[in-house]
Design a protein around this ligand. Sequence first.
Ligand code: FAD
Length: 428
Amino acid sequence: MASSPRGAASRRWFLKGLAASGAAALYAPRVRGQQPAHVVVVGGGFAGASCARTLKRLGPELAVTLIEPSLRFTACPFSNPVIAGLREMDAQQFGYDALRRDGVAVVSQAAVAVDAESRHVTIADGTVFSYQRLVMAPGIDLRFDATPGYDAVAAEAMPHAWKAGAQTLLLRRQLEAMDDGGVVVMSVPASPYRCPPGPYERASLIAHYLKTHKPRSKLIVLDAKDRFSKQGLFEAAWQSLYPGLLEWVSLSFGGQVTEVQPASMMLVTDFARHRADVANVIPPQRAGAIATAAGVADQTGWCPIDPVTFESRLQPGIHVIGDAAIAGAMPKSAFAADSQAKVCAAVIVDLLRDQVPSAQKLVNTCYSLVAPDYGISVAGVYHPRGGLLAEVEGAGGTSPADAGPAFRLQEARYAEAWFDTITTAVFG
Ligand code: FAD
């Protein structure tokens, strides 16, 4: 395959080493005269794909390799409308041909090991890549050890749908199969987790589906928090759009799920037991497993970074971006991942050219759909301060509380336009 290290495009850059002796193959950039610096990116989601592409644009002299096992990326933003039957899955999927055209060597395998000291990455077939700089962007893994009763098998009965793909479609099919009058129960974790407003957008769109298709049904949202992103805007919308249909139970009122029993479709809290006809359990999360293997995740499961360079605080030469990173006040979003990717790429180009990178400001905007024609948003600007990425005070904000239907409709259209723009910029 053209994208594998054995492919023609990649052969220019990589030298097969020790395979004949039965040992792992060693690939390293080799050209006449001065060798180009080699940057390896692990993970081809919003953060990794954007970073690989930007590296090649800002530093055309670099050899850039993207390691990503999936042939096509499935985006989580706008996967909630898929669950609610408002959108199809193929609108969520993107390939890597544009990155190849930009000169990025795309290797369609998983990274399985990182040796930070000798600066090598090993992929599933045993091939080893050397690097001058490594970017880790593996996104999240679900913590199947966090909630008693909830593991990968339980997720087939009670889908999380927090990594878009088969789980998204499973939850949609379960909602479609449920009788009118059924009870849907969602479980939402404590922070930090991928996409702070995502569970509430999902609750809104499931409520919209029930209202329009199964109006005698009910949705209960069990939350391990008392406060959440864009709360005032969501709650006002729920009151006007879904009265009596959607019930949010906060931590203080017994919202934290302490155990699930998939065989009886039961979600257990300290206060009550909730039997569900359809259960969506969003478990706690951590950085993708390869981050731990590389030694860049700390005891929290997430990756501490320098807020100017995104270089790991635990392993020099490795930068961590996207959901996996501890990015201070910046939320774990695709918008933030793309912002971080661009800054990180510029930093790496500077470092490889022996220049000192300067501190940058980063931006995030998160749109949420409360109904197909009703959008709300929150925006923020962030800068390095006190060793973290802190919010620039007064620079962000949310949609106005008192906006009318035309404004909400416009924000829903902005949300769609944002998704088209970011996916075209990263994958198109
Ligand atoms: P990902 O996009 O998950 O990419 C990680 C990649 O790393 C994956 O392709 C994976 O295959 C790869 N990988 C993992 N391990 C390895 C390995 N060992 N070797 C090689 N590759 C590996 N964000 C927004 O900005 N706006 C929204 O409206 C929005 N809505 C959302 C709705 C939902 C329901 C959810 C769940 C999330 C939403 N998000 C939204 C959040 C957004 O999806 C994430 O923040 C974003 O995907 C993070 O990008 P990432 O590159 O860090 O991780």
